[in-house]
Design a protein around this ligand. Sequence first.
Ligand code: TXA
Ligand code: MG
Length: 343
Amino acid sequence: KTVCKVVDSNVNSQINYAQAVDILNAGEVVAFPTETVYGLGAVATNDSAVKKIFEAKGRPSDNPLIVHIGTKEEVALYVADISKVAKQCMDLFWPGPLTLIMPVKPNVLAQSVTAGLSTVGIRMPNHPVALALLQQLKKPLAAPSANRSGKPSPTEAVHVKDDLAGYIPYILDGGSTGIGLESTVLDVTQEPPVILRPGGITKEMLETKIGSVIQPTQIEQKLDITPKAPGMKYTHYAPNAPVFLIDCCEESVNKAVQQLQREGHNVALLAPANFHMSKADFYFSVGEAGSQKEMGATLYNALRACDKTTATIILATATSTEGVGAAIMNRLEKASGGKWYSA
Ligand code: TXA
Ligand code: MG
């Protein structure tokens, strides 16, 4: 078993970054915060290091990783052709929660980063710790979310520790991540570009800048009408107890809680702050009613918190699919397997 060291990125930061860089250069993995979720990084040009990410996460090897860079100029080292739209997106949204899928330059990155695809996903994260680490390392970091495969992505260092202690040597703790949902994955090899995974950079934000963008609906994704990110086919973001979606209406939530309790269930409820009077056995707030920003930031922490309770069923209130709601509902659909509560 690997001993896992957790360090505060704000204390002795020079020593901590130097240690992290040494560990990465030695071909090991390091977990670090980004503005979306914590990532588990390895030097993206070192195949045996990248393979350690897959081992630690228990991740299927056909699921490619995102390459993180510390400066926009580096893109040209890994991408065969930067299209006009790709360039526009980098100028407008980087650093930030937008991963761009572009044609990969052959034989530069480790094979396992791209899982044999002819494209690569790249982003420049907007987080001081991630950027400081990348700029000191001066190498690209392949980094998926730092959770065990199938679990909600980590938004705090303790989530990473809960999932990966014993498997990884080092965690840079930079506090809560902020956005709380993984980056938008935009395929700019297609015309118009296609959103493979909704995230913090919304369809609406993209369209005001680069024109029409395709965002497949959940149904289209299920029917596989448009190509999707390989990772989207796996069950994701799921706590141990089954999750059911429910309309965000106090009366129907109260009825559902009572009904389930009569059936012998311990009910966990994920709902806005104004539901705090509900009779659910466990209640986790997802922020002020109507604030999708707060809901995105707190959702994974709330899903994970359910695993620390004796809940036998989880009710999660739905939100609209406008703006960042598209990303929230995408993750909730996955956590619930698309199941809605009905009496
Ligand atoms: O916010 C994020 O994106 C976080 C932080 C750490 O940066 N990272 C993250 O990585 O969520 P991961 O590996 O959990 O999700 C990457 C997603 C997967 O669904 C994967 O299939 C997709 O991006 N992906 C990566 N490369 C791709 C490619 N070449 N073509 C299509 N999809 C790709
Ligand atoms: Mg992930």
